[in-house]
Write a protein that binds this ligand. Structure first.
Ligand code: SF4
Ligand code: SF4
Length: 480
């Protein structure tokens, strides 16, 4: 475990650490493009160059920090005049063929090349020959396009498909300024369930999400921490949505309440820095047509009337059964348990099953259980398979994924749902409930790790929060 010096400050390094790793861990910033903490070292961008002072008055030398192991007593300078000059030359070289596209580039505002250029170069190109032109729109897959001119050939995307997703879906063709990132011709990049991570790790705006292409400048958006409910992994994510101060009135105002994009929220205990493509599509999951009105047998009523009717049905029932949602938050499940757990015979319902063609399970992140909170639901309500006891006269269905033809003949029905469904209008009581983006809560994943999600938007007027609704039914449970 060597100790060494960065800019004259003593720094401790773990055995085998590189100067880059030890410096970042100690709070010294060294710029980089091709280096990534979760990928192998490529050492091709050269911008992480540092100066090592010679021992005993010997001359100093320069090398790249990402590939330099720390040795005892070495003295490293990360921001000397020589280092800054070398970085400046390197940036001139990297920018030699890079277009000045920032005005139309989705990466603008979070581009490492913009940041490093202004930090270490900040001058126009010294080249007198025209930039090499290349194709600006190459469809690498159904989800991702490549702008060849912007690519700085750092190889992060290629290493990702080799080392993390293991699809080997990308490679670099040709050499020098003819180098091109290309997708494997057998289509394996198109079926890589983690492909969208390359958009995040591309240090420039070369790899772009087709979903998000030219949709919004990132500085108009705000990220709210959340949890992907797509499977029992419960990856932590950032849900990006329009900032209140940049609300649209004239253009399509639906954009004010849409999820513009989803990115991973790094979490070593759950998902590291990655998520799968299903997590990227949460905007479509939460953007489905909503159920907005409480109903009694299809007749629109107020939330208070719906709650009163539900209380009456529960009071009258001799044998009520509840199908509890595995998409319920810990707080909601606990509220249900406290309010109605003793009154109902409860079964945990799998709201979602794997969709056709979906990767069911793999060794990286994706879990076969496509529900975010089966762990807490089963901890509170057990894991017995659903069988309606004889005499079941009331069924409460919370959430999706239930086959309503299984409801025992003559049983009354209370349904709590968030989306439009044919069954809503047939229920004795239908209560529209808020979705994850409209409330705060926690999910506990398959490994017992609990993660928090925060609200992005206000709930619609007649929609209720399930946690509050269950608490309103407590009275009935006490009476029964
Ligand atoms: S496309 Fe992006 S991540 Fe891939 S090599 Fe080019 S700059 Fe690097
Ligand atoms: S692995 Fe599961 S929780 Fe993570 S992003 Fe994919 S679907 Fe969502």
């Amino acid at each position: 475990m060597p100790d060494f010096f960065i800019n004259g400050q003593p720094v401790h390094a773990e055995k085998g650490e590189t100067v880059m790793q030890a410096a970042l861990a100690a709070g010294f910033y060294i710029p980089y493009f091709c280096w990534h903490p979760y990928l192998s070292v490529a050492g091709n961008c050269r911008v992480c160059v540092v100066e090592v002072e010679g021992e005993g008055g010997g001359s100093s030398w320069s090398d790249i920090a990402c590939n330099m192991p720390v040795s005892e007593g070495m003295r490293v300078l990360t921001d000397s005049e020589s280092v800054r000059e070398q970085r400046k030359q390197t940036l001139q070289f990297i920018l030699l063929n890079h277009p000045v596209d920032c005005g139309i580039c989705d990466k603008a505002g979070e581009c490492m090349l913009q940041d490093h250029h202004y930090a270490y170069n900040g001058e126009p190109s010294i080249s007198t020959v025209p930039k090499v032109k290349a194709t600006k729109y190459v469809e690498l897959s159904d989800r991702i396009v490549l702008d060849n001119e912007r690519c700085i050939v750092c190889s992060r995307c290629v290493r990702f498909t080799r080392e993390i997703s293991k699809s080997h879906g990308l490679a670099i063709q040709n050499r020098g300024d003819h180098s091109l990132v290309r997708a494997s011709e057998d289509g394996r990049f198109n079926t890589d369930p983690y492909s969208d991570n390359v958009v995040d790790i591309c240090p420039v705006g070369a790899l772009l999400s087709r979903q998000f292409l030219h949709k919004a400048r990132v500085w108009y958006l705000q990220a709210t921490p959340s949890v992907c409910p797509g499977c029992a992994r419960g990856c932590t994510v950032n849900l990006w949505h329009r900032k209140r101060e940049w609300k649209l009135n004239a253009l399509d105002p639906r954009q004010n309440t849409e999820i513009a994009r989803v990115t991973p929220l790094e979490n070593p205990a759950v998902n590291g820095p990655w998520i799968c493509n299903k997590g990227r599509d949460l905007g479509q999951v939460f953007g489905r047509p909503r159920a907005l009105q409480p109903m009694l047998k299809g007749r629109e009523v107020s939330p208070d009337e719906a709650a009163a009717a539900a209380r009456a049905l529960i009071s009258e029932s001799g044998r009520p059964v509840a199908l509890v949602s595995s998409w319920g938050a810990n707080e909601e499940l606990t509220a249900f348990k406290q309010a109605l757990g003793d009154r109902f015979t409860c079964f945990v319902k799998r709201d979602c099953l794997p969709a056709a063609g979906e990767v069911v399970e793999d060794e990286l992140l994706i879990r076969a259980d496509k529900n975010p909170n089966t762990a807490t639901a089963q901890q509170l309500f057990g894991s017995a398979p659903l069988t309606f006891p004889d005499g079941t006269d009331l069924v409460l269905v919370w959430g999706e994924g239930f086959d309503f033809t299984a409801v025992p003949r003559g049983a009354r029905l209370i349904v709590l749902g968030s989306y439009l469904a044919p069954e809503n209008g047939h229920a004795d009581v239908f209560v529209p409930i808020s979705i994850q983006t409209e409330r705060a809560g926690h999910y506990t994943n398959f490994a017992g790790v609990t993660s928090h999600f925060a609200p992005l938007f206000a709930k619609p007027r007649h929609v209720v929060h399930a946690e509050e609704f269950f608490a309103r039914l407590t009275v009935t449970a006490g009476i029964a």
